[in-house]
Every structure is written in structure tokens, then in C-alpha cells.
Write a protein that binds this ligand. Structure first.
Ligand code: ATP
Ligand code: MG
Length: 209
């Protein structure tokens, strides 16, 4: 099992925060993490597991956070990389309630004072940064890495510190994995083997929700 990213001792270095619901984590997340780590010369990627995904939780039943965290921990352990470290970060689960990037960044920066954090977002999210909770604080303190795909220019909200990184387009999503599982289709090659085992053990995604 990989170490929890929240636990002491404090770490230093360049760290990319890759937030998501991860219901389940998949190879699209891993390849994006790798591209960003290489291009931004990051020492670590922390997959920050959302506790209560407030944009999503109304639409479907989200798998309990502890199981999603376990799947991300398995993913990080399975995908050990020679040049950067991947960790599952449970800070938003520990905090409870809805998850806001500004709170997460403030908490992590106060523990890991010598770390430089960069917040990874998709280009759709980058255009909406001004609508995020505490957007003024974020515009002053956060660096965002905007993932661009297919040469589309990144349209970031003005006033934010943003760097664009090109990443390969891989047509896989958690939605598709849940749908395939529900229909009894294999998800081999879409998720690490240990994640498929967790899905099976907990009988996840079998019911339409
Ligand atoms: P869902 O289908 O439930 O929305 P998802 O596959 O988009 O799930 P999330 O947990 O919502 O996964 O995504 C976390 C982050 O990973 C988001 O920033 C999302 O844009 C990004 N992401 C999702 N799928 C891919 C992919 N195939 N390649 C690269 N990044 C991805
Ligand atoms: Mg998504």
C-alpha cells in the first residue's frame, strides 16, 4: 500500500495535485499524471480523492469515499514509476463535507511548508476558475496546470497563474467503466488489476443508479 499523502512527515519538492472522484480510477488518470509529472518536472503526483463531490453527488450514488480511496491506493502501488512517486491523498475525506480546492491547498501548504504544489485541472475547469470557492485567494496563491488535449488552446479564466500541458487523449472514463461493469462487460486493460478486484469484491456498479 502506498503511504498516505496526508500523513506526517512533511515532504518537500514539486507536487501535482490531481483531484477527482475516482469512481473508479483508471488508466486515463495514470497516463495524464505521468504526462504532467514529466512535463512539469514534478517529484510526486497526489491523487486527491474527493469526499463529497458536490457537482456530481446529486446525479448518481457515489461509491463510499473509503472504497474510492482504497482503489486509488491500489492504483498508486500498482503503477510505481521510476521517476516520480504517486500517492493517494485523503485530506478531503478527513475534512468531510464538500471539497473545495482552496481549503485543500491551504491545509496541505500549512503541513508541507517546503513543498511547491501545482493544481491539475482540465481545460473545461480552467475556464471556470473564477466561479470556484475563494477564487481571489486561488488567483493569488495557486498555480494551475491545465491539461490540453488534441491541440485545443487552453482557455483559462483571466487573473490566474496557469501553465498548459499537452497530454494524450485517451477515451476512457469512469462513467464508461461503470456502464461496462453494469452490463457485465470486461474492464480489463481499463483499470489496474487490483482495482478490478476491489470492484468485484464490493460488487460495485452492478445496479443502475
Ligand atoms: P466520470 O466519468 O465519473 O466523470 P472521470 O473518468 O471523468 O469520471 P474523474 O474522477 O471525474 O474521472 O476525473 C478526475 C480528473 O481526471 C478530472 O480532471 C478529469 O478531467 C480527468 N480525467 C478523466 N478521464 C480522463 C482521461 N481519459 N484522460 C485524462 N484525464 C482524465
Ligand atoms: Mg469526469
Amino acid at each position: 500500500m502506498s503511504p498516505s499523502a496526508t500523513a506526517a512527515p512533511p515532504v518537500s519538492g514539486r507536487i501535482g495535485l490531481f483531484g477527482g472522484t475516482f469512481d473508479p480510477p483508471h488508466i486515463g488518470h495514470l497516463l495524464t499524471g505521468q504526462s504532467i509529472a514529466e512535463r512539469r518536472k514534478l517529484d510526486q503526483i497526489w491523487y486527491v480523492v474527493a469526499n463529497d463531490p458536490w457537482q456530481k453527488s446529486g446525479d448518481r450514488s457515489v461509491t463510499p469515499a473509503a472504497i474510492r480511496l482504497a482503489m486509488v491506493q491500489e492504483t498508486c502501488f500498482w503503477s510505481r514509476h521510476p521517476e516520480f512517486e504517486s500517492r493517494a491523498c485523503d485530506i478531503e475525506i478527513r475534512a468531510g463535507g464538500p471539497s473545495y480546492t482552496a481549503d485543500t491547498l491551504r491545509s496541505l501548504s500549512s503541513v508541507h511548508r517546503d513543498a511547491e504544489f501545482e493544481v491539475i485541472v482540465g481545460s473545461d475547469a480552467a475556464a471556470q476558475l473564477h466561479t470556484w470557492q475563494d477564487s481571489d485567494w486561488l488567483s493569488e496563491h495557486a498555480t494551475f496546470v491545465v491539461v490540453q488535449r488534441g491541440g485545443q488552446p487552453a482557455q483559462a479564466a483571466p487573473g490566474f497563474r496557469v501553465c498548459a500541458v499537452e497530454a494524450p487523449l485517451l477515451e476512457v472514463s469512469s462513467t464508461e467503466i461503470r456502464a461496462r461493469t453494469r452490463r457485465g462487460l470486461p474492464i480489463t486493460h481499463m483499470v489496474p488489476g487490483p482495482v478490478a478486484a476491489v470492484i468485484e469484491a464490493h460488487n460495485l456498479y452492478r445496479e443502475a443508479s
